[in-house]
Ligand binder design. Structure first.
Ligand code: G3H
Ligand code: 13P
Ligand code: NA
Ligand code: ZN
Length: 306
């Protein structure tokens, strides 16, 4: 059985560490994440996006996640990442998920509140946790002026009201991170002052999306074997540690796992042109992803907390 997001994050918040939420799409990624959690004795969140469900099939991905949880013997949360409708959330709740994210961040505030509240009522009645999002993650590049920040990032007073009115279990905030491998032009620049204001006003665990580090070693390995990702840049490790100190208890990672997988596959294909056994191609990729996940669990200080 899966742990709820609330159980796992309330403990993390109280003990000042963060739990990684890793996106899963197939067997190898799931085994890599669960293997890392088992090796590190770390709680873990398996995050499944609507497009992952479409890709893998809801029944397949659910069963793979069940096996992963059984094997890992640590608290494992099965979480819907970026659900965008009541139906997305209901479908996952009916299919055994222990947590859902409803992302109404693109909606006007009142509509986001109303829909989130409706999903919280449905989910809580089923014993399922809910994460919601306030503020916009996309499209922040380079230097952002104060007025631009106020327009895009999470407003602390709205966050307080949002949490009180909806009853959500965790809140994703926008403080300058974004999804994917191209987060910053130049230096990373997160609004920690805003995060601190939010954590002082909001009493639930805070979630950081778009938190991949896009590390140079992985980019170099990928580039060596043909990848072309000029300008890729992520969130530095010291910014992650600072964010955890300011109340972030769930950290979403997808890009770093994608990059590690792709780099490892490229390496095998380039170094062994006679290899065509998929297990010999995907096995090293699984190992590379497991190492990345282990590194994150240590960085987030969730290692040993299961
Ligand atoms: O934020 C989105 C996650 O990285 C999942 O991406 O929708 O391509 O599965 P996806
Ligand atoms: P990254 O693209 O930085 O890995 O973020 C993933 C994420 O936020 C998934 O919800
Ligand atoms: Na999520
Ligand atoms: Zn996200």
């Amino acid at each position: 059985t899966f742990a709820t997001l609330k159980e796992v994050l309330d403990k993390a918040k109280a003990e000042k560490y963060a739990v990684g939420a890793f996106n899963i799409n197939n067997l190898e990624i799931t085994k890599a994440i669960a293997g890392a959690a088992k090796a590190e004795r770390s709680p873990v969140i398996l995050a499944v996006s609507p497009s992952a469900i479409k890709y893998a099939g809801i029944d397949y991905i659910y069963e793979i996640a069940c096996c992963a949880a059984k094997n890992a013997k640590v608290p494992v949360v099965l979480h819907l990442d970026h659900g965008t409708s009541f139906d997305d959330c209901v479908k996952c709740i009916r299919n055994g998920w222990s947590s859902v994210m409803y992302d109404g961040s693109k909606l006007p505030l009142e509509e986001n509140i109303a829909m989130t509240k409706k999903i919280v009522e449905f989910a809580h009645a089923a014993g399922v946790s809910v994460e919601a999002e306030l503020g916009r993650l996309a499209g922040v590049e380079g230097h952002v002026s104060v007025s631009e920040r106020d327009a895009i990032f999470t407003n602390p007073d709205e966050a307080k009201m949002f949490v009180e009115q909806t009853g959500v279990d965790a809140l994703a905030v926008a403080i300058g991170t974004s999804h994917g491998a191209f987060k910053f032009k130049g230096e990373a620049n997160l609004d920690f002052e805003r995060l601190d204001k939010i954590q002082k006003l909001v009493n639930i665990p805070i979630v950081l999306h778009g938190a991949s580090g896009v590390p140079k070693e992985v980019l170099d390995r990928a580039a060596k074997y043909g990848a072309k990702l000029p300008g890729a840049a992520g969130v530095p490790n010291d910014s992650i540690q600072k964010a955890i100190g300011l109340g972030v208890a769930k950290i979403n990672i997808d890009t770093d796992i994608r990059l590690a997988m792709t780099a490892a596959i490229r390496e095998v294909l380039a170094e062994k042109p006679d290899e065509f056994d998929p297990r010999k191609i995907l096995g090293p990729a699984e190992d590379a992803m497991r190492e990345v996940a282990i590194g994150k669990m240590r960085l987030f200080e969730s290692s040993g907390k299961a």
